[in-house]
Design a protein around this ligand. Structure first.
Ligand code: COA
Length: 169
């Protein structure tokens, strides 16, 4: 029997290169609508040495993914998280949650806080992210910024800042 068939999807943390970016774009193209895909494409163009892809891989395809890349706002270095997605047939099995928990854990010494933009805040608040809309210029139709603070003092710093422009990555 081919042992590969019995393997469970494996969580990998990888540096982006041309091959894995191709596989990453395949899942993003499969899941997101055009406008979101354009935003994610812009982020991919800005990937750098510090960027990491978190991927669950099954049968040579990515089935659940996210990326993290540094982004500086004020004096705070954020891990900017983007492109969180799980293929439809693999949903509700905990893949994205496991992946995001690893992102949070792995990056606690690299970044002061994490930031992502989403239209499904309920999902991310379940993982510890907080609605950060009040820190940004209002846009009732835009997606919602959410932050994960490793330390309370970073959160207090944000409370004192003027409203931030909405687009960072
Ligand atoms: C959101 C998403 C990544 C979750 O992936 P997943 O691997 O199925 O997630 P998990 O298995 O960890 O969690 C599934 C749980 O999240 C819940 N969930 C899914 N979408 C949700 C939403 N919009 N709001 C609140 N909860 C949601 C599911 O109901 C499920 O709950 P259950 O465990 O009580 O059954 C996946 O649904 C997806 O790819 N959606 C489309 C892309 C997207 O919107 N990405 C986020 C952009 S920032």
């Amino acid at each position: 029997m081919n042992q590969h068939c019995n393997n469970k999807p494996e969580l990998k943390v990888i540096k982006p290169d041309s091959e894995n970016i191709g596989k990453y774009c395949d899942i993003i193209g499969n899941i997101f609508h055009l406008l979101d895909r354009l935003d994610i494409k812009k982020s991919i163009e800005r990937f750098n040495e510090q960027t990491r892809l978190y991927v669950f891989e099954d049968k040579d395809k990515y089935i659940s993914v996210a990326f993290i890349s540094p982004i500086e706002i004020g004096s705070i270095l954020f891990g900017g998280i983007g492109g969180v997605a799980t293929r439809v047939n693999y949903r509700k099995q905990g893949f994205a949650k496991i992946l995001l928990r690893k992102v949070i854990d792995d990056n606690k010494n690299l970044y002061q806080a994490l930031l992502l933009w989403t239209r499904i805040p309920g999902y991310f608040s379940g993982i510890g992210f907080e609605d950060a809309s009040t820190y940004f210029i209002d846009d009732p139709n835009g997606s919602i910024p959410m932050m994960y603070f490793y330390q309370k003092k970073e959160k207090m710093f944000f409370g004192k800042m003027a409203k931030l422009p909405r687009r960072y990555f």
